[in-house]
Design a protein around this ligand. Structure first.
Ligand code: HEC
Length: 161
């Protein structure tokens, strides 16, 4: 009789463990499915949809690109003068206009820089635009003539005692 209750106790205990094990497996399986689904479709819980890819801002930038303020082409910083259009079209595709603007060269040196870019950086043949661009750059951004500042004049020297 006592052995019987022992046996049924053991059985109950075993059933408890068994049920717990099944429950654990089911829970792990459900989490596994959810995580697996999220790996395939990570946006599932992104309820805030990103609207920033609408076309409106791009149109605004396009419209502003040609803006000229106080004789300066705002988007590139180039001076508005004959040849600016050709310069912008050919010289701002690969690098910033700043790289062009920070250089002041003679026509020969511009030509050499253009040849260098053509030989090493895939710059295309500029054709008739080459002279227009070089003219534009040397006219509006002439090389600074003096390597050093002009001598000071009219100075009130004071006596050293
Ligand atoms: C096909 C691409 C391309 C185009 C178009 C282009 N460049 Fe360049 N340019 C380069 C690259 C690449 C460099 C090197 C940039 C660097 O060193 O970071 C460079 C460098 C320069 C430099 C600096 C040279 C130096 O000695 O440091 C100047 C100035 C320059 N370009 C002017 C121009 C002008 C003017 C035009 C228009 C005629 C022009 N670029 C068009 C690719 C291009």
């Amino acid at each position: 009789m006592k052995e019987d209750t022992n046996k049924s106790n053991l059985k109950k205990e075993f059933e408890k463990v068994y049920r717990l094990a099944i429950l654990t497996i089911v829970i792990v399986a459900i989490f596994g499915l959810i995580i697996g689904y999220l790996i395939i479709n990570p946006q599932f819980f992104d309820f805030k949809k990103d609207d920033s890819t609408t076309e409106l801002p791009e149109i605004a930038i396009e419209e502003d690109f040609d803006k000229i303020e106080n004789g300066i082409h705002v988007s590139t910083g180039f001076v508005d003068a004959p040849g600016m259009k050709e310069t912008i079209q050919n010289c701002t595709n690969c690098h910033s206009s700043k790289l062009v603007l920070q250089n002041r060269m003679t026509a020969e040196r511009w030509k050499a820089t253009i040849r260098w870019m053509q030989e090493t950086q895939n710059l295309w043949d500029l054709g008739a635009n080459e002279d227009i661009i070089i003219d534009y750059l040397t006219t509006n951004y002439p090389p600074k003539e003096k390597g050093r500042r002009a001598a000071l004049t009219d100075i009130d020297w004071y006596e050293l005692k």
